[in-house]
Design a protein around this ligand. Structure first.
Ligand code: 5RP
Length: 232
């Protein structure tokens, strides 16, 4: 199976997981990206069982609405039993790098409210040490250079994300993204807390302090379910 087929497989597995574990009438948290899109497409056949979805980006909202799935504002809901999203990398503890699609801030907000975070990924996303994939940081534009200096002090390389026309990529929240190259993240929880503390950082794309509870991993032999222990 190629990567697209694995994404479709885990998207369908996630819709089945939701059917089994989430009561009818609940609201589902939905991530962003090509794997999350496969989940949305699979969820659409069961949409009448749920009240609706909380979306993590403008793109996901559009796709949910195309399928006739009601999109609720996070402020309207009291609880979110589940959040389903992809990842750029995931390690053996369930810590992830996310934000390759630029939606890290809303993804982290929705994930923080959810009871269970289900990561859906093809096997290429599973790594021993996070950092081969550049770590995205959403920043307030005026802090771009100051944050870049802090990244250089860590021994890594800050790269401003740009669009095809060379202008800065702008997130759904009106900010910029710095992609950090050259990190080997052996202690993701500490690094997440450190970067979160830098003035001008909106969100770092490390999801370790609140990592995944479950990963549905698409492999050549099918979908593997990995459960992670809560951090001590
Ligand atoms: C978007 C994300 C995505 O979940 C991540 O980039 C994985 O994307 P894909 O499923 O397309 O490989 O964090 O901000």
């Amino acid at each position: 199976m190629n990567q697209d087929e694995l994404k479709r497989l885990v998207g369908e597995a996630a819709a089945d997981y939701v059917l089994k574990h989430v009561p009818d009438g609940a609201v589902i948290g939905v991530g962003t990206g090509s794997t999350a899109n496969c989940f949305i497409d699979a969820l659409a056949s069961h949409k009448d069982r749920y009240l609706g979805a909380v979306s993590s980006s403008v793109a996901t909202t559009a796709r949910l609405q195309q399928h006739g799935i009601r999109v609720l504002d996070l402020n309207e809901i009291d609880s979110l039993p589940i959040y389903v999203d992809g990842a750029d990398e995931i390690d053996a503890s369930g810590a992830m790098i996310k934000g390759g699609g630029g939606a890290l801030t809303r993804e982290k907000i929705v994930a923080s409210v959810s009871e269970v975070f289900v990561c859906i990924a093809d096997a290429s996303k599973q790594v021993d040490v996070l950092g081969q994939f550049p770590l995205p940081i959403e920043v307030v534009p005026m802090a771009r250079t100051a944050i870049g200096r802090r990244i250089t002090d860590l021994g890594a390389v800050p790269v401003l994300r740009v669009r095809q026309d060379g202008t800065p990529y702008i997130t759904d929240n009106g900010n910029e993204i710095i992609d950090v190259k050259g990190l080997q993240i052996r202690d993701p929880r500490t690094l997440e807390a450190t970067i979160n503390g830098w003035p001008g950082v909106v969100t770092v794309g490390l999801f370790a302090l609140r990592g995944a509870n479950v990963c549905l991993l698409g492999t050549a032999s099918g979908v593997e379910t990995i459960r992670y222990l809560p951090p001590q």
